[in-house]
Design a protein around this ligand. Structure first.
Ligand SMILES: *Cc1c(COP(=O)(O)O)cnc(C)c1O
Length: 217
């Protein structure tokens, strides 16, 4: 478990970028990790986690939450519309708002509940056909649609193409956020979170560098 080391690197990256200490939120991505590893990070005092699968999160977080009430859990994986209700009950933030049908569903749920998780719009900055996210050219229109539904938007999220330098994608996301008047920038993973912080990330999503490699066996 390398929470301490990653936290130190994050603090160094904040300082180097001229950002205030503690201004970047570290989301410890615990998908597919054994409970013992997650517990070790909780017991070390870290309270912000990321999950990719609704079903897995349902099995894991109600129990941990009972023990660690101030924990917050962020949904960072693709969200099916038929799981939106469970998701708004389970998660404190959703980073993968990526289509009008999901926006519509979340708006109705938020209306009924009187509260809404923090929302990030996922942008497919590399326009990769297999990847989720709103295309860059469609983003401003999508944000207007979501705002017309009274959805509160906290920021934007991206996952740059694996085979490219992520820096231009981070810069593109920062530009799009500034242009649309949203503050949050969810970008940067184990391999590139320092570059993301240099480009203005407010939330970095770090899994394997904290917990060790995931075993999907
Ligand atoms: C799994 C995942 C991460 C964490 O990836 P690591 O390389 O293990 O840090 C971050 N963001 C998303 C969207 C993920 O699916």
């Amino acid at each position: 478990m390398s929470l301490h080391l990653i936290t130190q690197r994050l603090r160094d990256a904040e300082a180097k970028a001229g950002r205030a200490a503690g201004s970047v939120q570290l989301i410890a991505v615990s998908k597919v990790q054994p409970d013992a590893r997650v517990r070790a990070v909780l017991e070390a005092g870290h309270l912000v986690f990321g999950e990719n699968y609704v079903q897995e999160a349902i099995g894991k977080w109600p129990g941990f939450r009972a023990e660690f009430p101030s924990v917050s859990v962020h949904m960072i994986g693709p969200l099916q519309t038929n799981k939106a209700k469970v998701a708004v009950e389970l998660f404190d933030a959703i980073h993968t708002l990526d289509r009008p049908s999901l926006a519509d569903k979340l708006a109705k749920l938020a209306q009924a509940r009187g509260t809404c998780p923090e929302l990030f719009v996922q942008v497919n900055t590399g326009a990769e056909p297999q990847k989720a996210g709103v295309l860059p050219a469609e983003l401003d229109g999508f944000i207007a649609v979501a705002r017309a539904m009274d959805l509160p938007l906290s920021g934007l999220m991206c996952i740059p193409p694996e085979d490219q330098d992520p820096a231009p994608h981070f810069a593109m996301l920062a530009d799009m956020a500034a242009r649309n008047g949203v503050q949050g920038l969810s970008m940067g993973m184990s391999g590139d979170f320092e570059a993301a912080i240099a480009a203005g990330a407010t939330h970095v999503r770090v899994g394997s560098a904290i917990f060790g490699a995931r075993s999907y066996a």
